[in-house]
Ligand binder design. Structure first.
Ligand code: 6GU
Length: 237
């Protein structure tokens, strides 16, 4: 997959995506990540990218033209353009799966108080990573690119890791344990030591259900709302 980021601060995205699994995905060519800086598309002596907001108010607003020119430089016919903004659709695993199916993603990262509203129609999707305010779209781009990259076939060596995991089944994942079997007096749950795959699967399903109900009642409710529909279909046959 090809990904480009339109950003005034490419280092904020490049550095965190240079280590670990995404770093390796880049080195091995699963992910090609490029950057284009609106500042390089200015024509004045100070290379100005922001200005005061019309109507007054605090902070500065990114000007439309440098962002437009930067986007134009990297946009192709098959590009899917994402504007990162706290006003966007909330990013989740379902959105990650959708984006993982695209050939070319372009992320537009706002900074300061935001970008001139007139660039919004250039994007196919406005995306937020949660209900809090970041200094810019860059940390959000890192989160989204990370979540999407690990879904590219071949990036994770055990592809099952993306099947059973948290959220894909609409539930949180059961807890994990590794050696030693007893650590500072705390034992690993008996079921996991049994070697009985059916018993282990049942224990994990029960744990996932219990944990989700406790930690994320919203997810548990969503899952429960989907289940009866399937059961009803079966009895109707
Ligand atoms: Cl995408 N941008 C900014 N600036 N803040 C955010 C966000 C994005 N998502 C959550 N908060």
């Amino acid at each position: 997959m090809r990904v480009d980021a339109v950003t005034l601060f490419p280092g904020m995205i490049d550095a965190p995506l240079s280590d670990s699994i995404v770093g390796r995905a880049r080195a091995e060519g699963y992910l090609e990540l490029g950057f284009v800086n609106p500042r390089d598309f200015t024509e004045d002596r100070h290379r100005t990218v922001d200005d005061k907001p019309y109507g007054g108010g605090t902070g500065m607003v990114m000007m439309a033209e440098p962002v437009y020119r930067a986007l134009k430089k990297v946009r192709k016919k098959n590009s899917f353009v994402i504007l990162l903004t706290p006003k966007g659709r909330k990013f989740d695993q379902a959105a990650a799966l959708e984006l993982a199916g695209k050939k070319h993603l372009i992320f537009i990262c706002g900074h300061y108080e935001g970008i001139d509203e007139r660039v919004t129609p250039l994007a196919d999707l406005e995306l937020s990573i949660g209900d809090y305010v970041l200094t810019g779209g860059e940390p959000a781009a890192v989160a989204v690119i990370d979540a999407v990259t690990r879904l590219i076939p071949g990036v994770l060596k055990k592809s099952d890791a993306t099947v059973n995991e948290t959220f894909t089944g609409g539930l949180l994942e059961a807890p994990h344990y590794t050696r030693p079997g007893v650590w500072r007096g705390k034992k690993v749950p008996e079921a996991l030591l049994s070697g009985n795959h059916k018993l282990i699967a049942e224990w994990r399903a029960a744990q996932a259900g219990e944990l989700t109900g406790r930690a994320r009642p919203d997810l548990a409710k969503e899952k429960a709302a989907k289940k009866p529909a399937r059961a009803a279909k079966r009895t109707a046959q």
